[in-house]
Design a protein around this ligand. Structure first.
Ligand code: CP
Ligand code: NVA
Length: 302
């Protein structure tokens, strides 16, 4: 593994390796065991969109690993004034040991990886959110013991989260059922991968997708950059709310995951959010541990 660009690039062994290391790093942090695996290393963090969890967990993670995180807002970088990503990548490769980037287009992240000479980590694009999905898998494994054979259900927009969960779930031998309005399907590249797996299903009926699920996952109806579509999307996603009725179709011990931020009353009811808050905030915490595992895997001694 050289970069973390999207879940499609990872093998199931890569994913298991990261999850195992994440568990170990979580244990070490909780027990005050020093784990400065990245002493002297630097991570540039380029943000073209807002962030609470990703920014803070990467900064704290690098600090705990003994390294230095550098926050770089796109508004302050020359990228914001038109300097090509290719040049930025070649320059930053001379200073840094790794780059985390949150941006719009997946192609921008891929271009950084192609033109630079250091590991690139995708901190969210419109296509993929691999760091979040690794934390989700870690949390599901903590609660359920293992992943294989579990039914993962995603209800909502066929955006970065649905794309990444479909691929990750199938790679970890989970059954993956997704429900979305017909006009908000996941990306073609993800569907091409998914349809070769008998364990995958896609429907416009959320209750059908949730039937017998071990974990139900949702995300906002309007992702960052889609603010001007909010009204239209609220209409289109009306029947795609994770609520009591949907959860009654899932297993009685089903958990809920939400990458956050959440819009209560839209993709999830206040009641369901609060009922499953422990799992959801464990998931948020696990961003820290899963990303530390990614950082050690990519930036640590080879
Ligand atoms: N879930 C997630 O990526 O949160 P932030 O947008 O706050 O980083
Ligand atoms: N799908 C959401 C995820 C936020 C973490 C977005 O892209 O805005």
């Amino acid at each position: 593994m050289k970069h973390l660009l999207k879940m499609l690039d990872l093998t199931s062994e890569d994913i298991t390796g990261i999850l195992n290391l994440a568990d170990q790093l979580k244990y070490e942090q909780k027990h005050g065991i020093e784990h400065r695996h990245l002493a002297g290393k630097t991570l540039g963090m380029i943000f073209e969109k807002a962030s609470t969890r990703t920014r803070v967990s990467f900064e704290v993670g690098m600090y705990q690993l003994g390294g230095l995180p550098i926050f770089l807002s796109v508004n302050d970088l020359q990228i914001g004034r038109g300097e090509p990503v290719q040049d930025t990548a070649r320059v930053l490769s001379r200073y840094l040991d790794g780059i985390m980037i949150r941006t719009f287009k997946q192609s921008e992240v891929e271009a950084l990886a192609q033109n630079g000479s250091i590991p690139i980590i995708n901190g969210l694009t419109d296509f993929s959110h691999p760091c979040q999905v690794l934390a989700d898998l870690m949390t599901i494994r903590e609660y359920k013991g293992s992943l294989e054979g579990l039914k993962l259900c995603f209800i909502g927009d066929g955006n970065n989260m649905m794309n990444s969960l479909i691929v990750a779930g199938l790679k970890m031998k989970m059954e993956v059922a997704v429900a979305c309005p017909a006009e908000y399907k996941p990306s073609a590249a993800v569907l091409d991968f998914a349809v070769t797996h008998p364990a995958f299903s896609i429907t416009t009926d959320p209750k059908e997708a949730a039937k017998g699920a071990d974990v139900v996952i949702t995300d906002v109806w309007s992702s960052m950059g889609m603010e001007d579509e909010e009204k239209k999307r609220r209409e289109a996603f009306k029947g795609f709310q994770v609520n009591e009725e949907i959860m009654s179709a899932a297993k009685s011990d089903a958990m809920i995951q939400h990458c956050l931020p959440a819009h209560r009353g839209e993709e999830i009811t206040e009641e369901m959010f609060e009922k499953h808050a422990k799992e959801i905030f464990d998931e948020a915490e696990n961003r820290l541990h899963a990303q530390k595992a990614v950082l050690v895997t990519l930036l640590g001694k080879k």
